[in-house]
Design a protein around this ligand. Structure first.
Ligand code: NAP
Length: 503
């Protein structure tokens, strides 16, 4: 661990762009110092753009800084979940634990000179486009002006915290999975977890062995795919270190498996790839020995309709004698624990809400006012969207990385963000060359894109009868609904005519 080496995966077109002395000096603000913010700052600084990163936290790492729960890991293969330009031959396992990923982002931010350009503890509260520049203001009262803004505020950021009657009367501890209180003891305690998503599955696996008694409060069962997490041997790591081409081939293998399997499955519910995923999940479910427990854990919707949970320990953990799957709905919280609708009281010392995130917030609650006083809150009143997920009409020179409509899911968000960042840099290169002073997606382009994206959504697995964070309030998929190849093609060949350019 701890080493970073140049990567070789990406097509050369992705690194393209003007590296010559800028014709027009630009100042850029990046909002957020997580994976996408660090990446954006690196790309901007490569172009000689004066860049300030605003981060409301006190460290880099985004989701990997905020989530510190026991068992935290990334179920996307570590070598694929790595910047293409900063490979890490030393990953210990196929999938990396959260703290190692956070350390990786810190190392990259330091080595690429991003750290000294971050204003920590600085929450951006306002952005207003005025006379060709963005006026940025922060909660601490800092005000500055920028030519370009990149929004890298993440999607899984604002915790979804359900209000449960009687919560304040609870004598134990209660918190959301992304707000872990490490002062609360776990060993030998009575622990409850609400939720059955990817977070809960990792929590169950980590906490059942430590708890005296463990309750999983399940509203909806999830399909779980068995995913072992083998270690890389010392020889493999040495080979990756010695031969970046060997590492690049390995990344390509990991990538191909997901892109050809999962990416095809989710966009076509009739595909053999989805049938294969269903079969694997079914086989995994059949490892649950007690038929009654198996029945309770069996979803009534198709696999991958919700984000596929990957685990090598969830079913084993929930079958332990000290673990209990509670399917009766939660009625209220009482001083001693959780009362369910069947009248049972589940005594607890700790209740963890692994209840997910409000995924439609993106940059908000920051007040963003674009050209002509257009308010982003109003533009996004029915839900957020952006042309190809990177640009919103009337918000010139403001770009999103990992924005609405991105290929969320069991992909490498690093790879998709790199494609988006390079696309954004292509547009920014035009600003540097002074081809135009302002650029934002045209209304026509966004309308066409959204129409096609929603039409394609009708064939996805996400609309086959489950509720998930992949759907908006009207049941329309919020993610990329086309093929992954189309994403790559769109990102690597920008159509400048889809943008409104002002001289
Ligand atoms: P999630 O997938 O949105 O799951 C939330 C869970 O909480 C669901 O089981 C939901 O039940 C339940 N829930 C929500 N409100 C509830 C309420 N009021 N009462 C009872 N149950 C309630 O959230 P998550 O597990 O935190 O995962 C979010 C995303 O984070 C994932 O989809 C993934 O993209 C990412 N993630 C990734 C990894 C990784 O390894 N790469 C790990 C963790 C998380 P219903 O199903 O009934 O709504």
């Amino acid at each position: 661990m701890g080493e970073i080496s140049p990567g070789h995966l990406l097509p050369s077109s992705r690194a393209a762009g003007s590296r010559s002395a800028p014709a027009r000096r630009l100042r850029a603000a990046v909002i957020g110092a997580g994976m996408a913010g660090i990446l954006s700052a690196i790309r901007l600084r490569e172009r000689g753009i004066d860049t300030v990163v605003f981060e409301k936290g006190d460290r880099v790492g985004g989701t990997w800084r905020e989530n510190t729960y026991p068992g935290l890991a990334c179920d996307v293969a570590a070598h694929w979940y790595t910047y293409s330009f900063a490979r890490n031959p030393g990953w210990d396992r196929l999938m990396a634990p959260g703290p190692q990923i956070r350390d990786y982002f810190e190392r990259v931010a330091r080595q690429y000179g991003v750290l000294e350009h971050i204003r920590f503890g600085e929450e951006v509260t306002g952005l207003r486009y005025d006379e060709g520049r963005w006026q940025l203001s922060t909660a601490a009262g800092f005000v500055d002006q920028f030519d370009v803004v990149i929004v890298a505020t993440g999607v899984l950021h604002h915790p979804n915290v359900p209000r449960i009657e009687g919560e304040e009367s609870f004598r134990g501890a209660i918190f959301h999975s992304a707000r872990w209180d490490h002062a609360v003891p776990l060993d030998g305690k009575r622990i409850g977890v609400v939720g059955t998503g990817s977070t809960a599955a990792q929590l169950v696996t980590a906490l059942v062995p430590r708890a005296e008694h463990f309750c999983l409060f399940q509203r909806t069962p999830q399909w779980v795919m068995h995913r072992p997490n083998p270690e890389y041997t010392a020889e493999e790591k040495a080979a990756f270190r010695a031969d970046p081409e060997a590492l690049a081939r390995h990344v390509q293998e990991l990538r191909t498996k997901t892109v050809e399997g999962y990416a095809t499955a989710v966009i076509d519910y009739d595909s053999p790839e989805l049938a294969r995923i269903e079969q694997l999940c079914q086989e995994n479910l059949e490892t649950v020995r007690d038929p009654e427990l198996r029945r309770k854990l069996t979803p009534d919707y198709r696999a991958a309709c919700k984000r596929l949970v990957m685990s090598d320990g969830f079913y084993e953990a929930i079958q332990q004698p000290n673990a209990e799957l509670v399917t009766a709905p939660i009625k209220r919280i009482e001083p001693e624990g959780v009362r369910t609708a069947d009248g049972a009281l589940h005594p607890l010392d700790l209740l963890v809400l692994a209840t997910g995130f409000q995924v439609d917030r993106f940059i908000r609650p920051t007040k963003v006012i674009g050209r002509g006083g257009v308010d982003l809150d109003q533009v996004w009143a029915d839900g957020p969207n952006a042309y190809l997920s990177v640009s919103v009409p009337d918000f010139p020179n403001l770009f999103l990385v990992n924005g609405p409509g991105s290929p969320f899911g069991n992909f490498s968000a690093i790879e998709t963000s790199e494609y988006q960042a390079d696309y954004v840099m292509h547009l920014i290169d035009g600003l540097i060359r002074d081809d135009y002073r302002e650029i934002s997606a045209s209304h026509d382009a966004l309308e066409r894109f959204e129409r096609e994206r929603q039409e394609a959504g009708a064939k996805t697995v996400w609309v086959t009868g489950c509720d998930s964070w992949y759907l908006d309030k009207k049941g329309v998929p919020t993610s990329w609904t086309f093929s992954y190849q189309r994403f790559v093609d769109e990102m690597t060949s920008p159509r400048i005519t889809d943008f409104e350019r002002v001289q």
